[in-house]
Design a binder for this molecule. Structure first.
Ligand code: PAF
Length: 278
C-alpha cells in the first residue's frame, strides 16, 4: 500500500482500515530516534499513523518555533521506507481556531523540573496530544523516553481523563559517543557538539553511583567541569511518575534528568536508575 498523506479528520477517516492503529506523534525533522518509535509501532499495530506537526502551543515566546527544522519531504521518504501507512500533516489553522478557548492543564506536575524553564510548554504538549488522539483515534501511541517528563505527563493524562489508549515509551537512541538523538542536534556546531557530550557523560557518571547523594554529586561534577560554554538549567533526580525530587535516603527507581544550553541550542537528556536506600 502506498503512503497516504492526511491533512484533516476526513482524510484520516478515509485512510482508516480494519484492525489496530498505532500513532507516533512527531514534530517532523525525523531521525533514527523517530525510526525506532515507528518500528515499535509497526510491530504492535496493523496500521501506523505518524503525525508531523510543529505545535506552536508548546513553544514559549523566546523559543525556536519559527526556525524549528521543517523537512517534510525527507520525513515522507523516511516514513515510506519504514512502511508507515498514513502521515497526518495538518495545517496550524486547521488545528487551532483563532478564538480557541479550551486546553489541557498539566497541573503542578507540568510546572516542575522542565516546566520551571518552559512555562506553559506541557499544557501545549498535552493539548495537541489530546487533539491528535481525538483525530486519529489510535489504540496505541508511542513516545520517546528522551522526553521523560512529557511521557510521564501523557501517561498521567491518559489515567486522569480515562482515555482508552495504551502508551508505549521507547528507549532513547544515542550517537556512538553518547549524544542523545534530537531534531535540535542539527543546530550544533562541531565545538557545541563536543561541549554537549557533557550531558550524557554526566548521566553515565551519575548512573555508576548507587545513592541519591552520590549520584547527584558525581553528575554535577561532570557538568561543572564542562565550563562556561555549558549553561546548565537543571540537574534533577526525580520520581519517574511525578517528577518530584527524591530525598537523599530514597531507594527505588528514579530518573536523573538534565537540561543545558550550548551555543543557542537547548538540549535535554535523562537516564532511569535504581537507587539503593542510603
Ligand atoms: O515530542 C514531540 O515531538 C512533541 O512534543 C509531540 C509529542 C509530537 C507533541 O507536539
Amino acid at each position: 500500500m502506498d503512503l497516504i498523506v492526511a491533512r484533516n479528520r476526513e482524510d484520516l477517516v478515509k485512510a482508516r482500515r480494519a484492525g489496530t492503529v498505532a500513532l507516533v506523534p512527531t514534530m517532523g525533522a525525523l531521525h533514527e530516534g523517530h525510526m525506532s518509535l515507528i518500528r515499535q509501532a509497526r510491530v504492535r499495530a496493523d496500521q501506523v499513523v505518524v503525525s508531523v506537526f510543529v505545535n506552536p502551543l508548546q513553544f514559549t515566546p523566546n523559543e525556536d518555533f519559527s526556525r524549528y527544522p521543517r523537512t517534510f519531504d525527507a520525513d515522507l521518504d523516511a516514513c515510506r521506507t519504514e512502511g508507515v501507512d498514513v502521515v497526518f500533516h495538518p495545517a496550524a489553522e486547521d488545528m487551532y481556531a483563532l478564538d480557541r478557548q479550551v486546553g489541557i492543564s498539566s497541573g503542578e506536575m507540568g510546572a516542575r523540573v522542565e516546566g520551571v524553564f518552559r512555562p506553559g510548554h506541557f499544557d501545549g504538549v498535552l493539548t495537541v496530544v489530546l487533539k491528535l488522539f481525538n483525530l486519529v483515534r489510535p489504540d496505541l501511541a508511542v513516545f520517546g523516553q528522551k522526553d521523560a517528563q512529557q511521557l510521564a505527563l501523557i501517561r498521567r493524562m491518559v489515567t486522569d481523563l480515562d482515555l482508552p489508549i495504551e502508551i508505549l515509551g521507547v528507549p532513547t537512541v544515542r550517537e556512538p559517543d553518547g549524544l542523545a538523538l534530537s531534531s535540535r542536534n542539527r543546530y550544533l556546531s562541531e565545538d557545541d557538539r563536543r561541549v554537549a557530550l557533557a550531558l550524557s557523560r554526566a548521566l553515565r557518571t551519575g548512573a555508576a553511583q548507587f545513592t541519591a547523594a552520590t549520584i547527584r554529586a558525581a553528575a554535577q561534577e561532570v557538568l561543572d567541569a564542562a565550563g562556561p560554554d555549558l549553561g546548565v538549567d537543571y540537574l534533577a533526580l526525580v520520581d519517574p511518575a511525578t517528577f518530584t525530587e527524591v530525598g537523599d535516603d530514597f531507594g527505588g527507581v528514579a530518573v536523573l534528568a538534565v537540561a543545558a544550553r550550548v551555543g543557542g541550542t537547548r538540549l535535554i537528556d535523562n537516564v532511569t536508575l535504581t537507587l539503593n536506600p542510603a
